[in-house]
Design a protein around this ligand. Structure first.
Ligand code: FAD
Length: 145
């Protein structure tokens, strides 16, 4: 008789990567030990409670909800219902009363960015942002194929 325990796999870290790979390995029939140094799992995606408020540690946005729920379906876990706030958020910078508005409304996004710079730079900012948005959309569509 021995107290020694044997595992097929030991996963170090209970962030998204460790939790997902650990869950897939367990579903594939492996015995898995997952070790997390913090008091809760989630890593950068965990939330912390402070002063009665729940504060997300890092992640706020999920770009591909179908990808996430596809993983949950494969693992037999309940799916998450996502909401799409718009504007997504406002970034407060050094210009008092002027925020960068992150929104799907391209005109509003460009307008809020232009208000943060001097008149003489507005056209350049608008053009640069236009190129950035077009390129981002291209990458988004190409990588979804
Ligand atoms: C500021 C910020 C904002 C972000 N915003 C977004 C966003 O909006 N949308 C998005 O999709 N992604 C976002 N990301 C990226 C996303 O959060 C990460 O890509 C993802 O959470 C990383 O997961 P991970 O499991 O690889 O690592 P982590 O989440 O870092 O998990 C690693 C885990 O391993 C544990 N660990 C480390 N060493 C040990 C050890 N020796 N023993 C035991 N445990 C250990 C840690 O405690 C931690 O829990 C953001 C990241 C940051 C930093």
């Amino acid at each position: 008789m021995t107290d020694e325990m044997k595992w097929d796999i030991i996963v170090i870290g209970g962030g998204l990567a460790g939790l997902t790979s650990g869950a897939y390995l367990a579903k594939g029939g492996k015995s898995v030990l997952l070790l997390e140094q913090q008091g809760q799992p989630g890593g950068c995606c965990a939330a912390h409670v402070s002063g009665g408020r729940t504060i997300p540690a890092a992640s706020h946005l999920v770009n591909d909800q179908e990808l996430v729920n596809g993983i949950f379906r494969e693992l037999g876990a309940p799916e998450i219902r996502f909401t799409a706030p718009d504007p997504v958020f406002e970034v407060t910078g050094p210009c008092q009363g002027k925020n960068l508005v992150i929104t799907s409304n391209r005109e509003l996004f460009e307008q809020s960015a232009c208000e943060l710079v001097k008149d003489t730079n507005r056209e350049a900012v608008k053009q640069g942002l236009g190129r950035l948005i077009d390129l981002s959309m291209e990458i988004y569509h190409e990588t979804r194929l």
